[in-house]
Design a protein around this ligand. Structure first.
Ligand SMILES: Cc1ncc(COP(=O)(O)O)c(C=O)c1O
Length: 392
């Protein structure tokens, strides 16, 4: 078979989840909650079904949901998007990202990815005929304790064929968020260079320590050239519903909708109506940072003084831990052994690089997902604290 993606197998998330299942391990690997969405949200979706919202939704999404997104983005980011032709409801952030890439990348276009980067980006860029250009983030040090963006390296990577830069902040896996200085740098760079920005803001509502989420939509000069993507699944503890959206200027939206309409046409109607009704409850959305900050702090405090040294997490529901105390194993080997020998599933950060086996991709870091019940976190902490070494 002549494969279009010869180097793509199952994702690391599937692989590690299967390993965790096979060894009855606590799964802090794949990014999904082990608790239900709010009962009110499930009630809203169920009500929508019983009210008869069960046939195809409009291609761009149910109008009330698009209006709810427009209101939310205006309230939180100060940017007005027209729900008619600038907001589209998609099958998760995944479909929004893929549709945007397929619609906007032409054969031979270069697309800049900031590594470590989410596993969808590179294969879909290639499917669209594009060429990836990788710019690594600066790894954490004892002082910084988090990955930071190397804006000079990013600007140096832009050339005449650069079509798009993909950004993902709050960042999976590093937990890094954008500061005001970052947005300023990006704005300057995009004034000099004619590029599109694809901003994966799947974790936009999970930002800690009183910081705001700084969306690329919050600056008109950036919003003009950006497709902002978000995920209701991540926001509402409902990853299995696969519902998200993107906001983009009219001309970009029109092109992306051409792909969206032939890949999925529209996404489940009762879920759209249910989410729209639920979004009238602003307070519930605004409680999300505190909810996840408590979980971050619980996991972090539990691991202090163990062989898994927590780094800083400014957003998302992921915490990176430094495993230098356990020796020099490749991150993936360590993650596998931890699952099999100690009953805790994690994700190696090296999986978010072009070549996970390359030494430059191995910083002795693992990603832990803390979107878990407190008791799950406590059991994982207990198991991890007992680890003194791995393997023979
Ligand atoms: C950075 C990032 N983007 C996109 C997605 C996909 O989101 P969705 O489940 O809404 O398709 C994920 C899910 O893990 C993610 O971590």
């Amino acid at each position: 078979m002549r494969s279009k993606l010869p180097n793509v197998g199952v994702t690391i998330f599937t692989e590690m989840s299967q390993l965790a299942l096979a060894h009855h391990a606590i799964n802090l690997g794949q990014g999904f909650p082990d608790y239900n969405p709010d009962a009110l949200l499930m009630q809203c979706v169920s009500d929508a079904m019983l009210a008869g919202h069960n046939q195809y939704a409009p291609m761009a999404g149910v109008p009330t949901l698009r209006e709810a997104v427009a209101e939310k983005v205006a309230r939180l980011q100060g940017q007005e998007y027209d729900p008619g032709d600038e907001i589209t409801i998609t099958s998760g952030a995944t479909e929004a990202l893929a549709s945007a890439m397929i619609a906007l990348i032409h054969v031979g276009d270069e697309v800049i990815l900031i590594d470590p980067s989410y596993d969808l980006y590179a294969p879909v860029v290639r499917l669209a005929g594009g060429i990836t250009v990788r710019v690594p983030m600066t790894p954490p040090t004892a002082r910084t304790k988090r990955f930071t963006i190397d804006w000079s390296a990013l600007e140096a990577a832009i050339g005449p064929r650069t079509r798009m830069i993909v950004l993902n902040f709050p960042n999976n896996p590093t937990g890094t968020i954008l500061g005001d200085g970052d947005l300023e740098r990006l704005e300057k760079i995009t004034q000099q260079h004619n590029v599109l920005l694809l901003s994966d803001e799947a974790y936009e509502h999970i930002v800690f320590d009183g910081e705001p989420h700084r969306s690329l939509a919050s600056r008109p000069a950036l919003a003009d050239k950006t497709i902002v993507v978000s995920s209701f699944g991540k926001t509402f503890h409902a990853t299995g519903w696969k519902i998200g959206y993107f906001c983009a200027p009219k001309a970009l939206t029109a092109e992306i909708r051409k792909i969206h309409q032939f890949i999925v046409f529209s996404v489940p109607t009762p879920i759209q109506h249910g989410v729209a009704a639920y979004m009238r409850q602003h307070a519930r959305l605004d409680q999300l940072p505190a909810f996840y900050q408590q979980k971050r702090d619980r996991l972090k405090a539990g691991l202090e003084g163990s062989a898994f040294r927590p780094l800083d997490s400014q957003g998302t529901f992921f915490l990176l831990v430094d495993t230098s105390a356990l020796g020099n194993l490749k991150e993936k080997d360590l993650a596998q052994r931890l699952t099999i020998e100690h009953g805790v599933g994690t994700i190696p950060v090296s999986a978010f690089y072009e070549d996970p086996d390359d030494p430059s991709a191995n910083h002795r870091l693992l990603r832990l997902c803390f979107a878990k019940q407190d008791q799950t976190l406590d059991r994982a902490v207990e198991a991890l604290r007992a680890v003194r070494g791995v393997g023979a």
